[in-house]
Write a protein that binds this ligand. Structure first.
Ligand code: UDP
Length: 253
């Protein structure tokens, strides 16, 4: 079999050339990294879980009219996605203070914010993904003013959808990161949600106990990361009760 052409290898995913023009295959690895890859490990099963969870979130977004790159899941670790031109910004939406915002501003983790706050970080590992303002984005031409307005609108729609979905299964969506890409349709360009949405890129706290069900379990050595992600997947009905992603044989009576 001819080997597929690898387009890009990131910390948690690999992108391969897709079967049709303007498509890519996104492969989810088991690698976990944090603190700009200073902390790293292999968490067995993480890639399978994130593939399923990202499929679940992106499918839901597509169904309510929030455009994403997701086309279909191909197998346990791979999904077919639309090729986009990634905007070199991480878009973070926060509902509750945590992580870098708590550190930077001295706000206690867990403080509910009066409204969702959107932040942009420049995707640049060498610089440690610095926080940037709209002024920087436009001055340095990473995106236009129209793009910024569209990114904010998209991010808020994703936030409302994800907050509601999580609330329904007893989880508080504290914050999350998305990446956004451009697609070109004739003379027009459109922005769509790209990359992944998974517990790697969200903060998810159990509403009752406050237990963390996201990558902070790895970042802060709080327990088994795959168990936390499995719990999220189970609650959302993405995994059958026994935790297996493959449906077992059914007893014929
Ligand atoms: N995030 C991410 N990738 C990054 C940085 C942050 O997915 O490179 C997510 C992170 O999981 C959290 C949100 O964005 O849900 C906000 O992260 P924060 O700025 O607090 O940074 P952190 O504390 O994760 O370094």
């Amino acid at each position: 079999m001819a080997r597929r052409r690898m387009i890009y290898e990131g910390k948690a995913k690999i992108l391969y050339e897709g079967p049709e023009p303007d498509t890519l295959i996104q492969y989810f690895k088991d690698d976990a990294t944090a603190y700009n890859a200073e902390k790293r490990d292999v968490i067995e099963g993480k890639g399978v879980l994130n593939n399923r969870l990202s499929e679940h979130f992106m499918t839901g977004l597509n169904q309510i009219g929030v455009p994403t790159h997701f086309i279909k899941r191909l197998n346990m670790r791979e999904q077919l996605v639309r090729m986009v031109e990634i905007i070199p910004l991480e878009v973070v939406v926060r509902n509750v203070a945590a992580g870098s915002m708590s550190k930077r501003l001295g706000v206690d983790e867990g403080t509910a914010l009066p409204r969702p706050i959107i932040e942009f970080y420049l995707k640049d590992d060498a610089l440690g993904d610095p926080l940037v303002t709209e002024e920087h984005i436009i001055a340095f031409n990473w995106a236009s003013q129209q793009d910024v307005d569209d990114m904010i609108a998209l991010a808020l729609r994703v936030n409302d959808f994800m907050s509601g979905l999580m609330y329904g299964v007893g989880i508080r969506l504290i914050d999350f990161k998305i990446e956004i890409g451009r697609i070109f349709e004739g003379d027009f360009q459109r922005l769509i949600v790209a990359d992944e949405i998974s517990p790697d890129s969200c903060r998810l706290w159990d509403i009752e106990s406050g237990q963390k069900l996201d990558k902070d379990v790895f970042r802060r050595d709080l327990g088994n990361l795959a168990d936390a992600y499995t719990e999220v997947a189970r609650r959302l009905g993405v995994l059958p009760r026994n935790g297996s992603t493959v449906p077992g044989p059914k007893l014929v009576q």
